[in-house]
Design a protein around this ligand. Structure first.
Ligand code: ATP
Ligand code: MG
Length: 442
């Protein structure tokens, strides 16, 4: 039976969909908004999502963006009342399978659902491959100037051609994923894709069946046999991201697999065997996690044959200018803006800042600065570095930070609310509600 999740904020429409599609033999669950839907998608293996675009809170497009990187996300059919060419384009660009306008004929909807289902079956493997193509194409430059990074890169290039596991540790945003890419690109397995699994985004059961696959009938939703990504990655490289989040039970199975190259699909009785090279990454301190009993020591040693630590940006200030200019260049090109230039005072502010979000935060700040600057010249005004972060001691509340930040973006965009909400990544209504909450006259 095809399993559908219908996401719409209007209760009568959800009820109608559920009833009519059930009559046609589909299994339907519903969600009243994007957050509820996201929680359901994490826990259930849907084949197709019917998605409304205009919803209060998180809208359909943002929901799709959140699912986009997930190679096993269900096929999405957008159902919306307000059909404009822009929304259609936006939806398709973000990976929608098809697009229908409300009200739509039930017959037509059923046909599209069946097609989306067939498409989804094919898409899983190819999207895994595509995901890899994106990585390969992007082959983002690794930018640095510090001697520290220089020796780390040299080390990575030295261990890459061996077939041994590599463990990459570092704070969030320090470039662990990029480092994993460098290992893969310099390895003997680079002709085959780098297949990634993010252990932080899946529930335990789904993670196991993603990793090792399942046999048909292994559990209620297992309508067909599915290959695990260890099979997809055979002869190639597997990147286990956020490995610290892997549940203990699965850690035991992973260890067995790494020791023997053998595994069983969920519900399977045969031992299967593949040959993969594993790269793992985590921003958590696994040694501490081991002490707390949250991570297996034997698995850690198995993964940590070669160990790479990505230093936080504040410990390598020499890299800041190089990276800032690189991102300035990247985003002025992307937004077709005049070539960016960094004012002295702005650079000074960047060097003084402590960078809790590391390189990712620097990249975001430069991207926004380019959007905000009309001339390409970046001064302190466009940087929007949180002021509180400069002064030690005082710890503002999340709300204070948010208010402060919203007002800065609003100021820097000349009071333009739609530009502001775009930069903040929230919709205009949310922005409006927040401004009202903070007592800001609009
Ligand atoms: N040295 C670098 N040169 C160019 N870009 C970089 C560099 N380091 C990081 N980046 C960019 O910063 C962003 C964050 O990097 P990445 O995703 O590799 O970090 P991460 O350590 O995996 O973070 P997280 O722990 O949050 O997953 C990416 O867009 C990446 O391309
Ligand atoms: Mg990462």
């Amino acid at each position: 039976m095809i399993k559908i999740l219908a996401v719409d904020d209007e209760e009568p429409f959800r009820r109608l969909l559920k009833r009519e599609l059930a009559r046609k033999g589909f299994f339907v669950e519903t969600a009243s908004g994007a957050n509820e839907a996201f929680a359901l998608v994490k826990e259930n293996a849907y084949d197709v999502i019917l998605l409304d675009i205009v919803m209060p809170g998180v809208d359909g497009i943002s929901f799709m963006k959140k699912l986009k990187g997930d190679p096993v996300a269900p096929a999405i059919i957008v159902l919306t009342g307000k059909a404009t060419v822009e929304t259609a384009v936006e939806a398709m660009k973000n990976g929608a399978y098809d697009y229908l306008t409300k009200p739509c004929k039930l017959e037509e909807l059923a046909v599209v659902i069946n097609r989306a289902f067939e498409y989804g079956k094919l898409a899983m493997k190819s999207s895994l491959l595509q995901q890899e193509l994106v990585r390969k194409e992007s082959s983002a430059r690794f930018v640095y100037k510090s001697r520290q990074m220089d020796s780390i890169i040299a080390y990575i290039k030295k261990v890459a051609p061996t077939d041994s596991p590599v463990f990459i540790h570092g704070e969030s945003g320090t470039g662990k994923e990029l480092a994993a890419n460098i290992v893969w690109r310099n390895s003997k397995r680079r002709a085959l894709p780098l297949i990634a699994l993010n252990c932080a985004t899946l529930s335990e059961n789904l993670m196991e069946s993603e990793l090792f696959g399942h046999e048909r009938g292994a559990f209620t939703d297992a309508y067909r046999t599915k290959n695990g990504i260890v099979e997809v990655a055979d002869k190639g490289t597997l990147f286990l991201d956020e490995i610290g989040e892997m549940p203990l039970k699965l850690q035991a199975k992973l260890l067995r697999f790494l020791d023997s190259g053998e595994f069983r699909r969920v519900g399977g009785e045969k031992n299967l065997s593949v040959d993969v090279r594993v790269i793992a990454a985590s921003n958590r301190d696994l040694t501490a996690l081991i002490k707390e009993g949250g991570f297996r020591e034997d698995l850690f040693y198995r993964l940590n044959v070669f160990s790479v630590t990505m230093p936080p940006l504040r410990e390598r200030p020499e890299d800041i200018e190089e990276l800032a200019i690189y991102f300035l260049d990247k985003y002025s090109r992307k937004f077709a803006k005049p070539a960016g230039r960094l004012e002295k005072a702005a650079l000074q502010a960047l060097v003084n800042y402590k960078w809790p979000g590391n390189v990712r935060e620097l990249e975001n700040i430069m991207e926004r600065a380019i959007i905000l600057s009309d001339t390409g010249v970046i001064d302190k005004r466009e940087l929007l570095i949180p002021e509180h972060a400069h002064s030690d001691g005082y710890q503002p509340s999340l709300e204070e930070m948010e208010k402060d930040y919203i007002l800065r973006v609003l100021g820097a965009s000349g009071g333009n609310q739609s530009k502001t909400s775009q930069i903040l990544g929230i919709d205009r209504k949310t922005l409006y509600l927040k401004l009202r909450k903070y007592g800001v006259e609009v």
